[in-house]
Design a protein around this ligand. Structure first.
Ligand SMILES: *[C@@H]1O[C@H](CO)[C@@H](O)[C@H](O)[C@H]1NC(C)=O
Ligand SMILES: *[C@@H]1O[C@H](CO)[C@@H](O)[C@H](O)[C@H]1NC(C)=O
Ligand SMILES: *[C@@H]1O[C@H](CO)[C@@H](O)[C@H](O)[C@H]1NC(C)=O
Ligand SMILES: *[C@@H]1O[C@H](CO)[C@@H](O)[C@H](O)[C@H]1NC(C)=O
Ligand SMILES: *[C@@H]1O[C@H](CO)[C@@H](O)[C@H](O)[C@H]1NC(C)=O
Length: 482
């Protein structure tokens, strides 16, 4: 740990010198002109996105590019940052992470869920998203860890070390170096949000930020975390997955009974029991017929993911609860394909400062090799929840209730095992006069459901999600009257 801190400091110094050069050079190429006419040249000008193909006209600035997290190994993480649509100086900073492990926050979060530009046609362009979360906050999307999306390492052995700790450490270094590039955000109220496997990433990174904050020179003003359909605790997640499949008529009473009698999800040897193994295989087999991430919508009938698909059952078992999201989306079940086409365009990559416009990088929405080889995964982040609650961080957890992958039952089992005192009993919350879901408040934690939303909630309920996000930022309960 001491070694890590001193490394950060060395990089910090190195980067300051480097960026002075970039500032001087970058300024000459400054092309952006704002309607507000306020010029704010700083050392991040080289990352300003000015000519993204197919981008709708907007009034806010956005930036994209690499931040080097390890100079000797040549490791760099790719980010895309959207300033708030209005008064960015007064709004908080929110880091968004998608899961997998191995899936892209740009491909999912930014361009299918909560960013201002949604991919809506096969590689041709982007559509403005009026429910984008950058109407309420400055939104930072990070492709993490290396090997995800455009993020990479020049040292191939780095890929052998991927896991939860590695990811948190690199994301933390990224943040510190990003603040050097965007100093006006250094002391801003800061939140970390994410969904799915980021249910592990988000608390892990928040804990690291909290621990490092003991050094005032590294202080980041972290205020809270927001988690959507989060993987939380393997035993509870599995129990919820099978119970949900049964209660939603995906599997038979007989299969569920075998699981009840033979699966001990708290054991380290769950899969040594053949009967348990076969019955859980049956659950996954049924889920392969539909979209496990959204039980009541169509699947994308495309071809490209099918080869990866065939190994899912084995993958899911061996690596415990993990499985990346494959297809989905409310607008169109084929959004993943559109994202892939768009981000593999040379002109798009050039505009996002991924390359010089000559050498195409191979972008995919999920890296299945990362997923398969993930070595270090915390079986539960509930102990971290306890620590962060004690530290006074705001923790909100939400769950789309038509997701079969990290179902609402999994989350309820996990939260219930925390045994937190209830401060506001279960009740509906409303959006535009309709019940948007239910919520319950505990001492230190708020839990809410989204009625009729799948795994990636904002895809299904963009307006409700934005309203909920606004409540989260203000720390006020979601509306409990019509
Ligand atoms: C990785 O190697 C390439 C080719 O040598 C180089 O251009 C790039 O700057 C290196 N990346 C990092 C983060 O050092
Ligand atoms: C952030 O706050 C610290 C301590 O309050 C202060 O020393 C520093 O100058 C501030 N940095 C920026 C960029 O405002
Ligand atoms: C299960 O694995 C965990 C972590 O590897 C270990 O701490 C624990 O002792 C193991 N439990 C049993 C019953 O083997
Ligand atoms: C791009 O990556 C995918 C999977 O990560 C791989 O199957 C494909 O062959 C790669 N394409 C190129 C041109 O390298
Ligand atoms: C969602 O919000 C947008 C923008 O405010 C609005 O145009 C749209 O009608 C809303 N959709 C629904 C279903 O209420």
């Amino acid at each position: 740990m001491i070694n890590f801190v001193s490394k950060v400091i060395v990089f910090t110094l190195a980067l300051t010198a480097l960026e002075f050069v970039e500032l001087v050079c970058g300024f000459r190429h400054w092309k952006w002109s704002s309607t507000s006419g306020k010029l704010n040249p700083s050392e991040n000008i080289d990352h300003l996105v000015t000519n993204l193909p197919g981008q709708p006209q907007v009034e806010f600035r956005h930036y994209a590019g690499y931040v080097t997290v390890d100079q000797t190994h040549g490791r760099a993480l790719f980010y895309w940052f959207y300033e708030a649509t209005s008064r960015p100086d007064e709004k908080p900073l929110v880091l968004w992470l998608n899961g997998g492990p191995g899936c892209s926050s740009v491909g999912y979060g930014a361009t299918q869920e909560i960013g201002p530009f949604i991919v809506d046609t096969d590689g041709h362009g982007l559509k403005y998203n009026p429910s984008s979360w950058n109407t309420e906050a400055n939104m930072l999307f990070l492709e993490s860890p290396i090997g995800v999306g455009f993020s990479y390492s020049n040292t191939s052995t780095d890929y052998d070390n991927l896991g939860d700790d590695f990811t948190a450490n690199d994301a933390y270094t990224f943040l510190q170096k990003w603040f050097l590039k965007f100093p006006s955000y250094r002391n801003r109220s800061f939140y970390i949000a994410g969904e799915s496997y980021a249910g592990k990433y988000v608390p892990e990174l928040a804990e690291l930020v909290h621990d490092k904050n003991k050094d005032p020179s590294l202080h980041i003003d972290i205020k809270g975390i927001l988690l959507g359909n989060p993987e939380t605790s393997d035993a509870e997640d599995w129990k919820g997955l099978v119970d949900y499949a049964w209660s939603h008529a995906v599997i038979s009473d007989e299969t569920h009974k075998i699981i009840k009698e033979n699966c001990d999800f708290n054991s380290n040897n769950t899969w040594d029991n053949d009967q348990c193994n076969q019955a859980v295989d049956e659950v996954l087999k049924q889920y392969k017929e539909i979209d496990i991430y959204s039980l009541y919508t169509s699947v994308c009938i495309a071809d490209s993911a099918s080869s990866e698909d065939s190994s899912f059952q084995v993958m899911m078992k061996r690596s415990s609860t993990m499985m990346p999201r494959i297809m989905g989306g409310y607008y169109d079940p084929c959004l993943d394909e559109y994202a892939k086409a768009f981000y593999n365009r040379l002109d798009v990559q050039k505009a996002l400062h991924v390359n010089d416009g000559l050498h195409l990088r191979n972008w995919s929405i999920c890296n299945f090799k990362i997923f398969r080889e993930w070595s270090d995964s915390k079986p539960s982040v509930l102990p971290i929840y306890k620590k962060l609650i004690a530290a006074g961080l705001r923790i909100w957890v939400y769950s789309g209730d038509t997701d079969g992958r990290v179902p609402v039952l999994s989350t309820r089992y996990s939260l219930s095992s925390l045994g937190l005192p209830i401060t506001k009993a279960w009740r509906p919350w409303y959006h535009q006069k309709q019940v948007s879901g239910w919520f319950q408040e505990y001492e230190g934690l708020t839990f809410a459901t989204f009625r009729g939303a799948g795994h990636a909630v904002p895809c299904f309920k963009p307006n409700n999600s934005l309203a909920f996000f606004t409540s989260f930022l203000s720390g006020e309960s979601p509306p409990s009257t019509r």
